[in-house]
Every structure is written in C-alpha cells, then in structure tokens.
Design a protein around this ligand. Structure first.
Ligand SMILES: Cc1ncc(C[n+]2csc(CCOP(=O)(O)OP(=O)(O)O)c2C)c(N)n1
Length: 555
C-alpha cells in the first residue's frame, strides 16, 4: 500500500513503516492515548498480542528482539503504561537488544502542564534508551520510525523510545515512506587482524570469551573453526551459553554467576584473552576481579561492535571495532604458524563440573531435574528464565546445544521467564518452549500465563518453590546471619492456579515425580505450570543455608 497517494494519518504512516520494516507482531497493553495506532493495526496484517501488564509486554518485545536480531515492538499508553513498561527497556539496554517502545503522550498544546498521565520521557528513559524522541510533526513520522530502527540496530544494539502525542496520531501526514533498514556491519581492519595473528603466534595460554548479541549460526561456525585451528579454549559470558556447543572439544564453560572455579583460575592465568562480542560485564568479570583495571594483566584483545564500549573499563592491548559476523569472517583468514594448542584439560574441567547431578537436601533434587531435561528435550527447545538462585542449576547442569535457545537476562531481571516464553512460542509454535521460574520470580509476571492461554501457546512453566526469595536470603545469611527479614514467602497452589486459567497443573514433591508430570504436561497440549516444591536449605548447587549461616556466625 502506498500511503503517499491517499490521505493518511500519522498513525497509519507509523504502522505502514512497521510493515516496511517487516514487523510481523507487536506486543501491547492498549490505552486511549494511541487509539489511531490500534485502528491502523486492525487491518495491517501485523499480529497484535495484548498483554496483562506492560512489564510483560515490554519483556516480550525485548525477547523477540533478542531472538530475531530485529527490534521487538511494544506499544504502551502514557504515564502508567510507560512506567510499567520500563522493565523491558532496562533489559534491552543491559542485554544490548534491539527494541522500540512506542509510548502515548499528552496533546502537544498541554505538554509541560503536568497534564493527565504526562511524563517527560526524555528524562525518564534518558539513561536507559539509546534514543528518546517525541514525534511532534505528523509529516516526519516515517523518518522518525525508520531512524528508531537504525539506531536500535546500530553498533551495540539497544532500546529506543518514541513518544506519540495524542493529537499527532490522527493528524493528516504527508510523510514519505522510508525504505527497509538493515543493521550495519563493521569490518575489522586488515592491520588489526595481522596484529592478532602475531599475538596468537606468541601466546601459550590463550582463552576466548564469547558473548554479546548480533551473532548468527554461520558466524559462530566460523568462530568455532578458528578455535579448533589454533587450539583455543572458548568460554561463554554470563547468560550467553547458547553461543557455543558445550560438547564441542574446545568448550571450557560458562563464565557467569557460580562459575567453575577452575575456569576462573584458567582465565586469570591466561596470557591472551580474546573477548569476541562480549562487553566483559560485572558478572562475566566475576565482580571486576578477573582482569586488572584499567590495564589487564594479560594481553587483551577486545572485538566489539560499539566503539564507545571498547575501553570502558579495560584498556585492551588490541582494540578491534567490528560486528561479530564480520570479526568471525576475518578470523577465518588467520593462519596458525603451528599445531593447535591442547584444549583437552579445559574441556574436561567443564565436563567434570557439569556432568553428574549432585546430592541436595530434601526430596527434590534440581540437578537431577536439569540432567533429565537435558536428556529429554530436543536440541532446539528454548529455555526462558528470570532471576533467582534456581538459575544456578540451569547454568551448571543444563546444556544449550543450539544458538539462541537460552533466553535469560544479563541484567538478572525477575519475572522474565513467562513473558519471554510467550514471545518465543508465538515466534516458533512448533518448538518446545519452557519458562523456568523461582516462586518469587514467577509471580512478578505470572499473569502473562493468561496471555499464553488466550493465544493457545502451550508453554511449560516450571515454578521452583522454596518458599523464600532465596537469593536475597542467601545474602542475608552471609551478612546478617539468622536475621531473616522480608524474604519468607507464603505461596499459592500454583498447579491450581494453572487449572483456574484453563491450563494444565501438577505439583511435584519428589524428584521421581518430575518426569511423569512433565510428560503429562506435554501430552495435555495446554499451557502448563509444574509446581516444584523443594527445600530452601539447598540454596545453591554447592552449599546450604545452614553452612552459610554457620560460617558467618563463626567469622
Ligand atoms: C525485578 C527484580 N526485583 C528484585 C530483584 C532482586 N532479586 C534478585 S533474586 C531475588 C529473589 C528470587 O527469589 P525466587 O524467585 O524465589 O528464586 P530463588 O532465589 O529462591 O531461587 C530478588 C528479590 C531482581 N533481580 N529483579
């Protein structure tokens, strides 16, 4: 449809621009502030998912962006919608995810009066979004929306917020359509790659840290060939374990929360670190303890798509400004002047750390459940999770065998699992999609289980219930032993909750009940909640609450 030849509203131009950018689905909670957009979506061919809370909607859009590499789209209303919806924007910023949040705004003539639900979005989202703008001229709608796409996808990707004044949307617009926008690739310089080749020839204990966004399967295949040809152990940064096959002989483990101490020691003792696409954030750098600041003790090569990120904390010996795909292609051209180094020990350390389940107090053992799931699920199953200590068992014992099968936030946002799973099941109806949650975690956005029901999306949500906000309880026992404050939880019957929504529910109180319940959930073909009750005493895979308390009291 060419809108230039007819009388179009700014809202119609906006939706037409989304179509040109090949958007197939948007997530929203409606509001009276942007009715003309809802109307333009009505016969646009773009699917609309209506959510129960803007927090869930913005996380679904973020998850969509993380998975597809194109901006996830979310629409919310003025102040209440924008403030509720800020969660996904924070995630998109920290996780470097392309996303666009469209927000309703008061009429232009009332701006600055503290009008009904008015928020200054530039101030509110200013420190989070890559770009925040208000579309004040109906004739510039196409230009502004197209720019939102290019900014969200450029360099280090991230969120953009576009504010839509109420009176602009129904106004006639002469805005020309802008063409489809592709993310810009940045190719590394030949001299930098030559320097890298020299550094590789001199290194005897190299390590590669793989992370960040903007990867794709063929770039990852090139990177793994590079690691094989030179003999370099590869570890993944926090929550990017899906970037490298854990059973590949070069895989050295997951460098995130609760990392294998042997892996941490290996990275510390390496003489060359190549950070490929990873920004070396606080959790990956083990609380900024892995590398000396500002100049790391080993030679650091930092290849990253955002120039302003390189050198933010660590001064690399060799900075390389490049997108992951272009960097991986350039790695293919490097020639090793010797036989590959031996990576056997590094991989064996990972296998020893993750292979077998561990004992755990109580009747439910989470490591046994993870080991069962990794055997049962197909390689392309997608696991979505929020934040909480339960995730420690996923990181250590689950194996992400395929690209983009791990959907979790680098910023540790509770409540991400269910919305991310709803988005993933909408994108890939034929794939298995799980949402893994803590009990506190689940109820932050568990209302989006209703969205799964509404759209017929049979996700399987696991709720790991230890009747406490376990992560915080763990910190409490460490720092204020025995003084349990604001962390105990009294929980509902989550299986009954699933049934009340029209889904499948089951309660698991013994490890051996997990597999049959999971199979029954699959068999039901319904969205499901499996309520897994376990003992809070087993607070991490390797320690107990009493041991932490005893240590703190003895100190
Ligand atoms: C939105 C949000 N609020 C608060 C926190 C701080 N926080 C991190 S983990 C956690 C507790 C998680 O508890 P639960 O979901 O029960 O999982 P568990 O740690 O017990 O496995 C809290 C409150 C957070 N990360 N995100």
């Amino acid at each position: 449809m060419n809108l230039q030849s007819q009388l179009a509203t700014a809202a119609q131009v906006l939706v037409e621009q989304l179509r040109i950018q090949r958007v197939t689905r948007v997530f929203c909670v409606p509001g009276e502030s942007y009715l003309p957009v809802l109307d333009a979506l009505y016969d646009s061919g773009i699917a609309v998912t209506v959510c129960r809370n803007e927090g869930g909607a913005s996380m679904m859009a973020e998850a969509w962006g993380k998975q597809t590499g194109r901006p996830g789209i979310c629409f919310v209303t003025r102040g209440p919608g924008a403030t509720n919806g800020s969660g996904g924007v924070h995630i998109a910023q920290q996780d470097s995810t392309p996303m666009i949040l469209f927000v309703g705004q008061v009429e232009r003539e009332n701006r600055g009066r503290d009008a009904f639900q008015e928020v200054d979005y530039r101030a509110f989202f200013g420190g989070m979004a890559k770009w925040v703008a208000e579309v004040n001229e109906p004739d510039r709608m196409g230009e502004m929306v197209a720019r939102a796409f290019s900014v969200a996808m450029a360099g280090r990707q991230g969120p953009v917020v576009l504010s839509l004044p109420h009176d602009v949307l129904p106004a006639a617009s002469q805005s020309p359509d802008a063409p489809f926008t592709e993310a810009l690739e940045i190719t590394p310089g030949a001299s930098e790659m030559a320097k890298l080749e020299k550094l590789l020839a001199q290194a005897s204990r190299p390590m590669l840290i793989l992370g960040g966004g903007r990867w794709n399967p063929s770039a990852l295949a090139q990177l793994s060939r590079f690691a094989e040809r030179f003999g370099i152990p590869v570890c993944t940064s926090f929550r990017r374990a899906h970037l490298f096959d854990p059973l590949h002989p070069n895989y050295a483990g997951d460098l995130g929360l609760g990392a294998n101490p042997r892996l941490v020691a290996r990275v510390k003792a390496s003489d060359l670190v190549i950070a490929a696409g990873a920004r070396l954030n606080e959790l990956t750098s083990q609380g900024y303890t892995l590398f000396d600041i500002p100049v790391p003790q080993m030679t650091l090569v930092h290849a990253y798509p955002g120039a302003e990120e390189i050198g933010r904390v660590y001064r690399p010996h060799l900075p390389i400004h490049a997108t992951p795909a272009a960097f991986a292609a350039a790695l293919e051209t490097l020639k090793p002047g010797r036989a590959p180094l031996d990576v056997g020990d590094a991989h064996q350390d990972y296998i020893d750390w993750s292979e077998k389940s561990l004992p755990q107090p109580g009747a439910v053992n989470l490591s046994e459940i993870m080991v069962w799931l990794r055997g049962h699920l197909p390689a392309d199953a997608i696991l979505c999770n929020g934040a909480g200590n339960y995730a420690g068992w996923i990181h250590r014992f689950f194996r992400f065998r395929r690209f983009n099968t791990q959907m979790a936030t680098v910023c540790g946002f509770m409540g991400y699992g269910v919305p991310a799973a709803v988005a993933m099941k909408s994108l890939y109806p034929e794939r298995k999609v799980l949402a893994l949650n803590g009990d506190g975690d689940f109820l932050m956005n568990g209302q989006e289980f209703a969205t799964a029901m509404q759209y017929g999306l049979p996700i399987i949500a696991l709720v790991f219930d230890n009747a406490t906000l376990g992560t915080i309880r763990m910190h409490q026992e460490r720092e204020y032993p025995g003084r349990v404050s604001a962390t105990d939880l009294r929980n509902p019957d989550f299986a009954a909750m699933a049934r009340s929504f029209g889904g499948f529910g089951a309660t698991i109180e013994k490890t051996e009940d997990f597999a049959p319940a999971f199979l029954a959930a699959e068999e039901s073909g319904l969205p499901a909640i499996l309520h897994v009750k376990f003992d809070a005493e087993g607070i991490t895979p390797s320690t107990t609450l009493s041991a932490i308390r005893a240590k703190a009291l003895g100190a």
